[in-house]
Design a protein around this ligand. Structure first.
Ligand SMILES: Cc1cc2nc3c(=O)[nH]c(=O)nc-3n(C[C@H](O)[C@H](O)[C@H](O)COP(=O)(O)OP(=O)(O)OC[C@H]3O[C@@H](n4cnc5c(N)ncnc54)[C@H](O)[C@@H]3O)c2cc1C
Length: 303
């Protein structure tokens, strides 16, 4: 659906934060893939976000929320409407003993580091996960036996009508790399309950997990991390390997030879290449091992 440019221009005038028209989403995704967003807005703060949402609601324009773009495949035709990037305006942190209040735009790797400095345990597994706190909450990000839902106490933000809403952890349906919020809910912050821990053991766990990542993951090439969820009691990486797909390439998209559950952008990949490769991996894996893989990475935009 084409959005009239005068509506978007009018919306942008009222914003204190940054507004960019026809912004290539390849600049905002770890895959380095994605066509242009009609309008990308980086709200300066909560009141900016609130007036943006009110304007969007009045004009009935579609919008999507972007964190750090590390779990996202944006299609080649780009995104119609507004992309709201939750970064710099939402990075406040506050500590009260073992409780941390953190803004949704706070980078997860920095939060892991900050927790270690404070001697607070519970997030060591997050070392090397390049998302924002907001994206980690939506994805219920996790690794090495830990996940966000283990430490979340409350999540707050705005509904699509611009109303403030706070949800207790028990009101959020968390699953494996999944969580459920009201439609189009914009998370602005969360309260996390950590555990007091010895700095040396927190750092020890972080170093162990980080060196495992460096050894096993193709971190020098653009990707969105694991492309599929692990099936119950098995690993997508193992199954794709068994199906003989390591190194398989379509256009610029390639199944990593180092970690078969990573699709990497090997140079100039289009979203269409990634989608074709995803379809091929799913079909071959199903044929060879009888298991249907489910994508973990979210897809947005128009082909
Ligand atoms: C090298 C690499 C390694 C990775 N390793 C792991 C891993 O070990 N474990 C793991 O779980 N993930 C991993 N990931 C994936 C990714 O980093 C996580 O899923 C991360 O939590 C996504 O955060 P993000 O801010 O980048 O979200 P985005 O990709 O920007 O968005 C993801 C989803 O969350 C929504 N969203 C984002 N912010 C908000 C907000 N404030 N309010 C409402 N909705 C929002 C978006 O609309 C989208 O639907 C890895 C990725 C890479 C590139």
């Amino acid at each position: 659906m084409k959005i009239a440019s005068d509506i978007l221009k009018r919306l942008a005038v009222s914003i204190k934060g940054q507004c960019r028209f026809n912004e290539p989403m390849s600049r905002h995704t770890s895959f380095r893939i994605g066509g242009p967003a009609d309008l990308l807005v980086i709200p300066a703060d909560e009141s900016d976000l609130q007036s943006l949402l009110a304007g969007i609601y009045r004009s009935r324009i579609p919008y999507m929320i972007l964190g750090n773009g590390t779990n996202l495949l944006v299609l080649d035709g780009g995104i119609r409407g507004v992309v709201i990037k939750m970064t710099t305006g939402f990075r406040q942190t506050e500590r009260k003993e073992k409780i941390l209040k953190v803004g949704a735009g706070f980078p997860l790797p920095r939060l892991v580091e900050r927790s270690a400095e404070m001697g607070l345990a519970g997030l060591e597994w997050g070392v090397g996960i390049p998302g924002s706190l907001g994206g980690a909450l939506v994805m219920n990000a996790g690794a090495y036996g830990g996940q966000m839902s283990d430490i979340v106490k409350k999540v707050w933000g705005f509904t699509r009508t611009g109303d403030k809403l706070t949800l207790k952890a028990g009101q959020i349906n968390f699953g494996y790399r999944h969580s459920e919020y009201p439609k189009d809910f914009v998370i602005t912050g969360a309260e996390l309950e950590m555990r007091p821990g010895r700095k040396s053991s927190i750092r020890g766990a972080m170093e162990q997990w980080m060196s495992k990542r460096q050894k096993n993951q193709p971190l020098s090439l653009p990707s969105a991390g694991c492309i599929f969820k692990n099936p119950t009691n098995d690993s997508a990486r193992r199954l794709i390997g068994v199906a003989g797909l390591k190194g398989k390439k379509i256009g610029g998209a390639k199944v990593s030879s180092k970690h078969a559950n990573f699709i990497v952008n090997d140079g100039g990949a289009k979203a269409a290449d990634v989608l074709r490769l995803v379809a091929l991996v799913r079909e071959r894996t199903y044929r060879e091992v009888g298991i249907e893989l489910v994508p973990e990475v979210k897809t947005a935009g128009e082909a």
